[in-house]
Write a protein that binds this ligand. Structure first.
Ligand SMILES: NC(=O)c1ccc[n+]([C@@H]2O[C@H](COP(=O)([O-])OP(=O)(O)OC[C@H]3O[C@@H](n4cnc5c(N)ncnc54)[C@H](O)[C@@H]3O)[C@@H](O)[C@H]2O)c1
Length: 339
């Protein structure tokens, strides 16, 4: 079988640390081209992995014969790049948040549908080993119904991650659209929807810029959410966890509690009401400092190879984004927003 020909738009941190190496490790993929307006970044990737470097993704699309692209660019470019690639007949793996707003998200889904290509969103939290284990335990029914929960994601901010550091697009609203909520909050709205197999129906958001200077995006958010099932929980996103960064979730259920990623070493802990405590060491959660394979790229390639629609679809990405957009509406209006 011939290899899937892939191009990567944006050669920054997520492309260099996850997408490109994970494509390179996949024997069914040929990396064909890279686009980044910072020419050296695209050239460096082409030199290291083979293929052609471009500064303009549209030129890349015109010149190259491709099957799929990864969109790893600042958030405001996700929609135009995805739509252009879908209209060129290519499958698209787009980073999160999938779009700047709901209309764009819908247009992306429609572009993929009408061109008969797959659209997948890079919600890699679903695939992290502790999260996979937690879902398996919850689905087994041993904890009963989820009643309340908290889920949070915090680190010291993108200055420690983005290739452009403190000068990054992450801090500019025009390019990022949102701050910690688009970076981290959307991971958790996606994860909690997925884990509980449920939808968020109401959201109240307290969102603001608490500490970062010289930015017009949010650096912290605390939200209260209600699920369709009736379960209520909090969802936090922070760029000011300068120490003790967190990617933890705790569920309190009818028959006990589950702690996910809250204790270093024991990634999932189940405490049952009968006194039993079970600990599962299933492999670490990725952090900015310690990258582990995301699994997202292999899953995207597998979907293409086997003609299977991606489970982390555009529709899923949009539902998770809509929760975050609802939280911003709540912050702006001072009201609880129904989704
Ligand atoms: N799934 C995850 O866990 C995860 C983690 C980090 C970032 N992300 C997402 O990945 C995306 C990229 O973030 P990053 O961390 O790599 O940022 P980054 O700042 O490190 O890199 C962004 C790159 O995009 C390039 N770029 C800007 N305009 C471009 C254009 N017109 N064409 C091609 N490239 C262009 C920049 O020059 C830069 O090299 C964002 O949407 C972010 O939210 C996802």
């Amino acid at each position: 079988m011939s290899k899937i020909r892939v191009a990567v738009f944006g050669c920054g941190a997520i492309a260099q640390r996850r997408h490109i190496p994970e494509y390179a490790n996949n024997e069914n993929v040929e990396l064909v081209a890279f686009a980044d307006p910072v020419k050296e970044r695209a050239e460096e990737m082409a030199a290291q992995y083979g293929g052609t470097a471009y500064t303009d993704y549209q030129e890349l699309l015109k010149n190259e014969k491709l099957d799929a692209v990864s969109v790893c660019t600042p958030n405001y470019l996700h929609a135009p790049m995805t739509i252009a690639a879908a209209n060129a007949g290519l499958h698209v793996l787009v980073e999160k948040p999938m779009a700047s707003n709901a209309e764009e998200g819908e247009q992306m889904i429609e572009a993929a549908r009408k061109n008969g290509v797959y659209l997948m969103v890079g919600h890699n939290q679903r695939l992290m080993p502790p999260h996979v284990k937690a879902k398996e335990i919850l689905d087994s029914g041993k904890l009963g119904k989820v009643l309340t929960f908290r889920t949070s994601f915090g680190h010291g901010g993108p200055e420690g991650w983005s290739l452009d550091g403190r000068d990054s697009w992450f801090f500019r609203k025009e390019e990022a659209v949102m701050g910690a909520m688009g970076d981290l909050g959307v991971h958790k709205s996606d994860f909690i929807r997925y884990l509980l197999n449920d939808e968020i129906v109401e959201v109240a958001g307290f969102i603001g810029t608490v500490h970062k200077e010289g930015t017009d995006v949010d650096d912290n958010a605390t939200c209260i959410v209600r699920m369709k099932s009736g379960a209520v929980g909090t969802l936090m996103a922070s760029w000011t966890h300068y120490r003790a960064g967190d990617n933890g979730t705790v569920l309190w259920c009818e028959k006990g509690a589950m702690k996910i990623g809250t204790v270093h070493g024991d990634e999932v802990i189940v405490e049952l009401t009968d006194g039993t405590v079970e600990t599962y060491k299933v492999g670490a959660m990725a952090t900015n400092e310690k990258q582990v394979p995301s699994g997202v790229i292999d899953e995207f390639v597998e979907c293409i190879l086997t003609n299977t629609p991606p489970r982390i679809s555009g529709e899923e990405g949009l539902r998770s984004l809509n929760v975050i957009l609802g939280a911003f509406e709540s912050q702006a209006t001072g009201k609880i927003v129904k989704l």
